[in-house]
Structures are given as C-alpha cells and as structure tokens.
Design a protein around this ligand. Structure first.
Ligand SMILES: [Zn+2]
Length: 89
C-alpha cells in the first residue's frame, strides 16, 4: 500500500511535565491559566493540545484521548517546537 500515508507517523508528543515550570501553580479562577507557568494569560493567542496520557501532541486534530486545548502564554510557547502550539483564531 504505497499510497497510504499513515498520518500518525508525523505526530510527535512531548510530556507536559517536560515543559511545565517547576514552580507551576494553578491558582484557580475563571480563566484557564497558562498551561506552562500557571500565570494568567490576559489575551490568549496560542494553545496547546493535551492528551489524557499527559503529553502534548503536535496536531490540532481530534483524538479519542484528547483532553482538549489549553492556553499557553506568548513567552512560554517559545519553549515548544513551533508545531506544538496553535494560533487561536
Ligand atoms: Zn506561561
């Protein structure tokens, strides 16, 4: 099956623990904090895709084990390869 491309071979995962700040603290509140540092993101522009296994994935597609999208701050996103964050519409 030469023409069949398995899309999953292009997907990469990074454990959230690897990018999350050591002093991360979810202070709660009405808005989701930056997934990386836990600080407020006043105007979220970027988001990451988190899976139930605790990994970020380099795809905005929907997966069975998706937890959904979470905001990431403009500075923190630079810790990630650029295929791991998505610009919010
Ligand atoms: Zn942050």
């Amino acid at each position: 099956m030469k023409n069949t491309i398995d899309l999953h071979q292009w997907l990469f995962e990074i454990p959230l623990d690897d990018v999350r700040a050591e002093n991360y603290e979810d202070k709660g509140g009405p808005k989701e904090p930056c997934i990386c540092c836990g600080k407020k993101v006043p105007n979220p522009k970027y988001s990451v895709h988190l899976l139930t296994n605790g990994n970020l994935i380099s795809s905005a597609e929907d997966f069975d084990n998706s937890q959904g999208f979470f905001p990431i701050g403009a500075t923190c996103r630079k810790k990630l390869p650029n295929n791991f964050y998505f610009v919010d519409p």
